[in-house]
Write a protein that binds this ligand. Structure first.
Ligand code: MN
Length: 289
């Protein structure tokens, strides 16, 4: 099942290039008062909701996917976990290029560990990446994103995929420079999730997925998740050995080689096998009045 969020927070079931409005199923989610839960309620209840989503889709006329504005398919991740330099060829390019590493030592992922991005940086494919510091180098990073489906505390690599609700494409937009990753990668709009998420029952092996990113049709990144240094199972196990992962938390698994700058006016195209593809526009941040 492919599920999207679009326009004014509509929930959609995607089939081929059509969207079925299944927003009505959200009425069955538990109502919340302060304090709000630390999970994403849709993801926490996804297994129960999937039959209702399928049934609701039978009752509505679809609209073309190209006619809607896509939001992040995950509305409320509790945390965005991210893996730095998790492909060997990207490690090599980062160590070799001072425009990427800014003369700071690029430490291997096994040593430096995972980092977090602010949830406020998240947008969907139909919203544009806003360049807030045009004088800096602003790079694209395509990544496979794992959406956690149930509470994961110290899970083994063997069991890790049992905790996955689904997958989507991620863009870990990044300012190059000397600051901490969490700051350089948490600007508003610097985490793009989309176009929809595909449920884990449809994508049961994340270890052999091709991914391609172009900018204005120019090839930039082209890789396969088989080349991850730390694979999806190991990332879930490792992350959950430090903190509990909750339903709706996401893990950005790292970017392959080919990272490069974007400018306002550019259009990023990103595609990952079995998930889909998305076009994301890059624009200048409007001046503050
Ligand atoms: Mn990244």
């Amino acid at each position: 099942m492919k599920i999207c969020r679009y326009n004014d927070n509509r929930l959609g079931l995607v089939k081929a290039d059509q969207v079925f409005d299944v927003t009505s199923v959200l009425a069955t989610l538990p109502a919340h008062r302060y304090p709000l839960p630390t999970v994403d309620p849709l993801i926490a209840n996804l297994k129960t909701l999937m039959p209702a989503i399928e049934a609701a889709a039978q009752t509505v006329q679809p609209v073309p996917l190209s006619s809607v504005t896509l939001l992040s398919p995950i509305a409320n991740p509790g945390k965005i976990v991210a893996a730095p330099v998790n492909y060997k060829a990207h490690l090599a390019e980062s160590q070799a290029d001072t425009q990427i590493n800014f003369n700071t030592k690029v430490v291997e992922i096994q040593t430096i560990g995972l980092f977090l991005k602010a949830t406020s940086s998240m947008i969907g494919a139909g919203e544009s990446v806003k360049i807030r510091h045009p004088e800096r180098r602003n790079d694209h990073e395509i990544e496979l994103v794992v959406i956690i489906g149930k509470t994961a505390d110290r899970v083994s690599e063997v069991d890790a995929l049992d905790y996955v609700a689904g997958y989507c494409i991620g863009l870990d937009m990044t300012i190059r420079g000397p600051e901490e990753r969490s700051m350089r990668k948490s600007l508003d709009s610097f985490t793009v999730f989309g176009p929809c998420f595909v449920t884990a029952d449809e994508l049961n092996d994340p270890s052999q997925l091709n991914m391609v990113l172009t900018v204005n049709d120019e090839p930039r990144q082209n890789a396969n998740t088989r080349d991850l240094i730390i694979g999806v199972r190991q990332l879930i196990s490792w992350a959950s050995s430090f903190y509990t992962l909750h339903p709706g938390d996401v893990i950005m698994t790292g970017t392959p080689e080919g990272v490069a700058p974007v400018q306002p006016g550019d259009v990023i195209h990103a595609r990952i096998d079995q998930i889909g593809e998305m076009h994301v526009h890059v624009s200048a941040l409007a001046p503050k009045h």
